[in-house]
Design a protein around this ligand. Structure first.
Ligand SMILES: Nc1ncnc2c1ncn2[C@@H]1O[C@H](COP(=O)(O)OP(=O)(O)O)[C@@H](O)[C@H]1O
Ligand SMILES: [Mg+2]
Length: 360
């Protein structure tokens, strides 16, 4: 996978710019506030049609403009590939793949895969379950259109069911809304578990590699309706759970069980990293999760995803930087924003100098 050019129009502080990239390491350099993170964000958005740092797409439109367009061109496998995404302030998102307008946003996925690293990844460990579910969802959607589709159905069913609960405190009609929730929800849980089973050893390995400590990183899915591993039993357990929650759901007006309540359990030697990990351990865990995502994508798609690293090396000591450098060198394309020269893990193939939203 190779991203050769990125064209930005009215995105953040970029008016109209084109950037050309190299295989290997691309360094984005420039003073603070001049657009390094914005350029990484543009790559991410161009690949997946959403930002890694905000869900408010409107913020991404250049101040004073009414829409932005990002266009990516490069190679996926041996094939030339182009895709573009346009977002207008009306909230309308348009996607083109190989120059043809696409009805579904999901057509954008599966070509350029991407994993972003930033100091905010620490929130994955520190914050509530929502961010962790999103992390899992974004990862799974990149390699499984089935997951994306099922998640969309599940979210639709959940929204309908919740609005019914709110309108009339739930009544006998409610049960009719259980079935789509159970159907799609069961599949979501199973697909998440399967992905985590694949990812856990990769994350454990990454953690051993970047931290010298003896504790062991393990991942699991918590908060599921049941531990049943078989689809039919899980489905039955989900139905029973919803029945047992009727009264409570009428009181609260929301659906109280299902994948939207699950969490990614992250433990260090059997204890939740969130509660017991030191700051440094949490940082290493966050980094391990991201490295494991990249390796999982590689395993699923047969190619290393694009890596976006925003200011992460500054926090690591030299030996860790070198080890991570060794891990990603020669694997694929890496974009790094603004490390001090001494923090670079290896020599960049190309340096892009950014000044006030222009590429010098
Ligand atoms: N929607 C927007 N329109 C215009 N400028 C923006 C927009 N959003 C952010 N900016 C500007 O982008 C700059 C920050 O760029 P950023 O990429 O975060 O800098 P850095 O190089 O430090 O990573 C700030 O000066 C901010 O004012
Ligand atoms: Mg920045």
């Amino acid at each position: 996978m190779l991203l050769e050019t990125l064209t930005l129009n009215q995105f953040r502080n970029y008016e109209a710019q084109q950037a050309a990239f190299c295989p290997g390491l691309n360094l984005l350099s420039g003073p603070n506030g001049h657009g390094k993170t914005n350029l990484l964000e543009a790559i991410h958005y161009g690949c997946l049609a959403h930002s890694q740092r905000t869900r408010k797409d409107k913020e991404l439109i250049r101040w004073g403009a009414s829409a932005f367009v990002l266009r990516l061109q490069g190679r996926v496998g041996e094939q030339a590939h182009t895709q573009s995404v346009e977002y207008a302030e009306s909230g309308h998102k348009r996607v083109k793949v190989e120059g043809r307008e696409s009805k579904r946003l999901s057509d954008l996925l599966g070509h350029f895969s991407v994993v972003s690293f930033s100091p905010e990844d620490l929130d994955l460990i520190r914050s509530g379950p929502q961010l962790r579910r999103r992390f899992l969802d974004v990862l799974l959607c990149q390699f499984s259109l089935d997951y994306l589709d099922t998640l969309r159905h599940y979210n639709g069913a959940l929204k309908q069911r919740n609005s019914l609960l709110k309108q009339m405190g739930g009544n006998d009609v409610l049960a009719a809304y259980d079935e789509p929730l159970v159907e799609h929800g069961t599949r979501i849980t199973l697909m998440r578990r399967r992905a985590l089973a694949d990812m856990a050893p990769l994350a454990g390995e990454a953690y051993r590699f970047i931290s010298d400590a003896g504790e062991e990183l393990t991942l699991g899915l918590s908060g599921s309706v049941s531990d049943a591993s078989e689809e039919a039993s899980l489905r039955a357990a989900f139905r029973r759970k919803l029945e047992s929650l009727r009264v409570a759901e009428r009181e609260t007006g929301v659906t109280l069980a299902g994948p939207h309540r699950e969490d990614l359990a992250i433990d260090l030697s059997g204890r939740p990293a969130r509660d017991f990990g030191s700051q440094g351990q949490k940082r290493s865990v966050a980094l391990s999760l991201k490295l494991a995502s990249a390796r999982l994508l590689e395993a699923k798609q047969g190619r290393w995803p694009i890596l976006l690293l925003d200011d992460v090396f500054a926090e690591l000591d030299e030996s860790r930087r070198r080890r991570i450098g060794d891990l990603v060198r020669g694997k694929g394309q890496v974009f790094i924003a603004n490390p001090r020269a001494a923090d670079l893990p290896f020599e960049p193939e190309k340096t892009l100098n950014l000044r006030h939203g222009t590429l010098a």
